[in-house]
Design a binder for this molecule. Sequence first.
Ligand code: SF4
Ligand code: SF4
Length: 328
Amino acid sequence: MNVNAQKITDLMARCIECGLCSDACPSHAHGGCDPFLVMTGKEGGKVRDCIGCGACTEVCPTTDPKQVMMYRKSEALGLEVPGVFLRTGYVMPPADPSWRDGLPGIPSGEDIFLMPGCTTVCKVPFLQYATERALDAVGVHGSALPKNTCCMYPLSLRSLTDAQRDVYKHRMENSGVGRPIVTICAGCTNELARSGVQTTHLSVFLADYLDRIKELPGTDLKVALQPGCSGKIFAKEFEAVVRATGARPIGNPFGCCGKTIPRIADELMAERQAEAAEADAIVVGCPMCFRMYDSRPHSKPVLYLGELVALAAGDRETQRFHLNRLEV
Ligand code: SF4
Ligand code: SF4
């Protein structure tokens, strides 16, 4: 038995069969996976429908069903480490750097290192510009983390052992030479923390600069808040930053975007859109959520947190990259 298989067996053995995970699972609520069946080794758990949201682990009193689901799903899909990861450090081909053409320059400095993560680097690179602009607006300047790679969360990397994944994580941390590392994706923050690598998600970092954000020209948008499944633990800081911009949250519940799970993502997205009906825009703390909302035709406009702060500072440059643009 390899190291990962032993670890999964141990996590499953700690299950006390209470069923709380099934009740909390947004995929199960829409006829998708059943973490209870997977954890108890029964047939029919539909592990391929797991979104990786972590709601099961939040409620589980004894073990970590999300980790089991991630490994089981990777096995079921027969995923291997993608060649592009070995060549570039990211699990998808990075975006053409010309995305930055025509955007204003932003001063760099030595205050922090910025870790964008795979989804930003490969799919929505303009969120990096918005984040740099938000940091600039509060007087913080940095540069890209020198050995930035994937945070090692994606399913396709689960065939590596945890020790192998740790090597990449610690190599990144060491390249930061002790300077604060700010992440764009809360999923990166959480995955790195699992290996003892300390980073700070943008929402938490900006929460130390509320007075400066309040001095910006600001915005009076009515917004629905969706920090994302990984960002929920920073919800207080996330909301404080949003309120400091002048934006007004409408009090909607937090929910999962569904990522790319067939049918279930459609149903979850319909729920989120209905909850945001009264808002001018949805504010997210996760580049994957951003992508899911913005890729839907007729979605409510979505802003990544960095874009909202940039907007409060008078910069709406990244709207040109959106499918569903904000009319302000
Ligand atoms: S990670 Fe989310 S979708 Fe997957 S089993 Fe747990 S609660 Fe369900
Ligand atoms: S919540 Fe935890 S202990 Fe309860 S059934 Fe699910 S995995 Fe088992």
